[in-house]
Structures are given as C-alpha cells and as structure tokens.
Design a protein around this ligand. Structure first.
Ligand SMILES: [Zn+2]
Length: 359
C-alpha cells in the first residue's frame, strides 16, 4: 500500500484536500461521523474508485491511531490543524522526507507496515479468487482480542464472489458487534453485488467513479487552469472561475442550488421545469454542462451528507443521483444533444426526489 501526502489542510476534513475534492461525499460522511462521535463499525462504499478507496482507508486509519493529534471536544464543529493526523499536518512534501516527523503509528500505517491498525482482507494467495474462510476465521479471532489500536479492516473487493457466503458468515458477528474498536471499510462497484447479510450491517456510502472525475477535471475550468492547492477552502466547482461570465454562472448555479434546497413536493414539477430552462440557457451562453452538473451535485451532496450518515434512504438517493450525473456526462460526451441530456437529467432528478422524499 502506498499513500501520497499533499498540502496542509485547514479544510474541515480529516482527509487531505485532494482526496476531499475527489470524494466529497465519502470524506464528508466520515469526518461528520467522527465530529459527532458516531463512527459506525462498518462502511460499504459503492463505486469505481480503487485509488481513492485505499487513500480513504489509510488516512482514516492514520487519523484514528495518530498519537500526536489533539482530541476533539464534543460540541466542536470545525477541526483545527493540531487535530489532524501527522500525515496531514506535515503534508505537501515528499513522503520520505516528512516520514521521520510522524508518530510511529502514522509512519507504520502510511508505509503499510503496521502490525495491527490496518489489516487487509482480500483473496491474495487463494487460487479461487475468493477470500479464504480460514483467513477470515483468523481475523475474527484476532479481532476478539483486546488491542491498544483502533483496527481498520480494508476489504478492497466485497463482491459476493470474493467475500462469499462461508467467509462472510465467519465474520458477520464481528461486523455487527465487534468486541474491540474496529472499523470495517468494504468496497464494491455496486452495493447489490454484495451479500445482503453484509450490506444490512453496513452504512452504504456512494463514491464518485474515478473516470467521471477525470472527465470533470478536464472540463472544469473554462478560463485559466485552476491551481488546486492554492485555495483549499473554495469549492471545486468554483475554482478557476474568474471572468465576469464565470462569476455570473456561479451566481446562477447558486440560485438553482438554493431552489433545490427549498423544494417542496407540491411545486416540485414546476421548479424542475424552470431549472431545466435555466440550465439550458446557461449552456447556450457557453457555461460548460459538465461544470454545471458537478456544481449542482456537489451542492446537493454537501447539503445532505450529514443526514445520509444516519439515513439509508438519503444515502441511496445520493448514490442514484451521482450515477445519474455520470450517465448524463457520458451522453453529452457521446454527442447526445446537451439540451436533451439536461432535460432528461432534470426529469430523472425530479423522479428521484419523488421516489425518495423531500429533505
Ligand atoms: Zn500520527
């Protein structure tokens, strides 16, 4: 395992700012859970983002086990720099040069040599491609013992053909009610691919697929190229927007986002029609469609991220919304008329709201 370090962060996240930009929902979920002291025993992240998956797990394990960070008080809403893990506090430089400054736990976790705090459960060494039942039993035994560490279990592929029923059965009880401090981090492309007995014991959090993100990044900046580390507190979709037209686009998108936040069921159909027209007009005036989609989705996920921690319905809604955005971007990329793609996107979003509820 490896991990990169990046610029020091004063963004309100226990994760580094680059990861927080790539995976706004997952990083917000976990940070809010920590601030509210409501970290679950098990998370299932759905999506195609293998590199971000590992980063999320490593940075969470480092945060939970860092011996050099200050504690967080109960009613605290914002993190201060001293409360971040060594890796984040000394970030922005080559990992090898700052590693000696880290506490032992962070050093070991970041170099994948920690004997207990970060444990990988995968099919390595098994010819069938399934996780060996024996390996799972040994892990269950190990987790039944006391430990001075908060152990983070990384399951890079929780697909039911990998984390198959016999292996899953050996670990179900531990996932549901571990005897020691443990956080399971499971990953799968879709939650439906994972055994229902596992899913029901996890909080499901959608992640952005890495391909979609790459597309977003290459089209995000209509003006100058954004310096991503220069303004760590600004939102991704606002970065690099400097011209007069850009500023007007930002104002227009913010107004659409606030309409969505105030939506009520009764007038929702009319509002979504208005939003469709506004987006189409903005697009006709050269605001990039992919940028508009990114901006709206980031606002909506940010607004609901805390709720989604405790509400499976909200989390499922956001998963579908992110998928809808990715499909719409693909359509536009494949020369579907952007106007038609936006119309269908807004209609599907309206249907999602009706299906899942208005919050
Ligand atoms: Zn540390």
């Amino acid at each position: 395992m490896s991990a990169t370090s990046s610029a020091p962060s004063l963004t309100n996240s226990i994760f580094d700012p680059i990861l927080a930009q790539k995976q706004p929902l997952a990083t917000k979920f976990l940070t809010s859970a920590i601030l509210k002291r409501r970290l679950a025993h098990a998370y299932l992240f759905s999506g195609r983002s293998p590199a971000a998956n590992l980063e999320l797990t490593v940075q969470l394990a480092a945060y939970l086990n860092c011996t050099e960070r200050q504690p967080i008080s109960l009613d605290q809403e914002e993190l201060v720099e001293g409360q971040l893990s060594c890796a984040l506090r000394h970030g922005g430089k080559e990992l090898a040069s700052v590693l000696p400054l880290f506490c032992q736990n962070c050093r070991w976790i970041l170099t994948d040599t920690h004997p207990q705090a970060l444990i990988k459960l995968d099919s390595e060494g098994s010819k069938s491609g399934k996780i060996a039942v024996e390996k799972t039993r040994l892990l269950t035994d190990e987790l039944g013992k006391e430990s001075q560490f908060i152990r983070v279990i990384y399951v890079p592929d929780a697909h039911q053909e990998v984390l198959h029923r016999p292996a899953a059965n050996a670990i179900l009880k531990t996932i549901e009610d571990p005897r020691s401090a443990v956080v399971f981090m499971l990953f799968a492309v879709r939650a439906e691919e994972v055994l229902p007995t596992i899913v029901s014991r996890c909080q499901v959090i959608p992640t952005r697929s890495e391909n979609a993100d790459t597309v977003a990044f290459s089209l995000t900046a209509p003006s100058s190229s954004p310096n991503l580390s220069a303004k760590p507190s600004a939102k991704k979709w606002q970065r690099g927007m400097e011209s007069q037209d850009d500023q007007e686009n930002i104002i227009a998108i913010k107004s659409i986002a606030s309409k969505l936040a105030d939506l009520h069921k009764r007038q929702a159909a009319v509002t979504f029609l208005e939003i469709t027209k506004e987006l189409q007009t903005l697009g006709a005036n050269d605001a990039p469609y992919e940028w508009m989609l990114d901006a709206l989705i980031e606002e909506e996920t940010g607004r609901l991220s805390f709720r989604a921690i405790s509400n499976f319905k909200v989390s499922k809604y956001l998963e579908k919304l992110i998928k809808l955005e990715e499909e719409t971007k693909l359509q536009i990329e494949h020369y579907v008329s952007p106007k038609a793609a936006i119309e269908s996107f807004c209609l599907s979003w309206y249907q999602l709201k009706n299906e899942f509820g208005y919050w």
